[in-house]
Design a protein around this ligand. Structure first.
Ligand SMILES: CCCCCNS(=O)(=O)c1cc(S(N)(=O)=O)ccc1C(=O)O
Ligand SMILES: [Zn+2]
Length: 261
């Protein structure tokens, strides 16, 4: 398979050639229009049980920077909201732009943010492995948090300070003891809709939970994201990792629901 990316030749408009599901009926991200979201009083709050959460490592896969967690038991799960059972945290990663305030994947009435954080969870109650869950219709639940340009975020410092260790594609470093609950905004009010992975293989297996309230990130911190490279250490080129976001996809009749708290 051709390696996919975010450039002119290998970017989102070309993905359908290797991944025809790219033109499917529940693709992500989407543009969220708050006035059109269905207010569903039956949607309970999201519960994040992140207290015993422990990160393992941080790595650069050439598409994003990823922090991985130990998902061998139910110590770090989310439940409630649109979910029928507990989903285990597997990893989190980011999407971001170049300069300015574009870079998020979801948009709100066309508004883009400088970056978007994705906390990826899988349905270990129903699927034996993450890989199986990633291919099942209710296998994954991803919490999306917008990062808006503004004051620096103290919780993000530990992550951006670790980026020098994973500058090159394929690099991995120990990254223990990081608890992502410090990255959460004050409010867990959310929108939710059935969607997909936003990168190949684009499986339509994700229940998206997009938090309404963004967290802030400073221009200096965003600069740290852009020092990451998509190139491997042994390659001659030094291509920055930036604009690694897929644009909004057709809603195709899907309903976006809004929580009340
Ligand atoms: C078995 C194939 C799994 C592919 C999906 N893996 S993932 O961790 O859910 C993921 C989600 C997403 S996203 N943006 O949350 O849909 C992006 C990248 C990856 C990744 O593979 O690193
Ligand atoms: Zn993502």
């Amino acid at each position: 398979r051709d390696p996919w990316g975010y450039g002119n030749e290998d970017g989102p408009d070309a993905w359908h050639k290797d991944y025809p599901i790219a033109q499917g009926n529940r693709q992500s991200p989407i543009d969220i229009i708050p006035e059109e979201a269905v207010h569903d009083a039956s949607l309970s709050p999201i519960f994040l049980s992140y207290d015993y959460c422990n990160s393992i490592n941080i790595y650069n896969n050439g598409h994003s920077v990823i922090v991985e967690f130990d998902d061998t038991d139910d110590r770090t799960v989310i439940r409630g909201g649109p979910l029928d059972n507990a989903y285990r945290l597997k990893q989190f990663h980011f999407h971001w732009g170049g300069k300015g305030n574009h870079g998020s994947e979801h948009t709100v009435r066309g508004k883009t943010y400088a970056s978007e954080l994705h906390l990826v969870h899988w349905n270990a109650a129903k699927y034996k492995t993450f890989g199986e869950a990633a291919a099942g219709p209710d296998g994954l639940a991803v919490i999306a948090i917008f990062l808006e340009k503004g004051d620096e975020h103290r919780g993000l410092h530990k992550i951006t300070d670790a980026f020098y260790m994973v500058k090159f594609k394929g690099s991995v470093a120990d990254f223990k003891g990081f608890n992502p609950k410090i990255l959460l905004p004050n409010s867990l009010v959310y929108w939710t809709y059935p969607g997909s992975l936003t990168t190949p293989p684009l499986h339509e297996s994700v229940t998206w939970i997009v938090l309404k309230e963004p967290i802030t990130v400073s221009e200096k911190q965003m600069g740290r994201f852009r020092m990451l490279l998509i190139s491997g250490e042994e390659e001659d080129d030094r291509t920055r990792m930036e604009n690694n976001f897929r644009p909004p996809q057709p809603l195709k009749g899907r309903k976006v629901r809004a929580s009340s708290n």
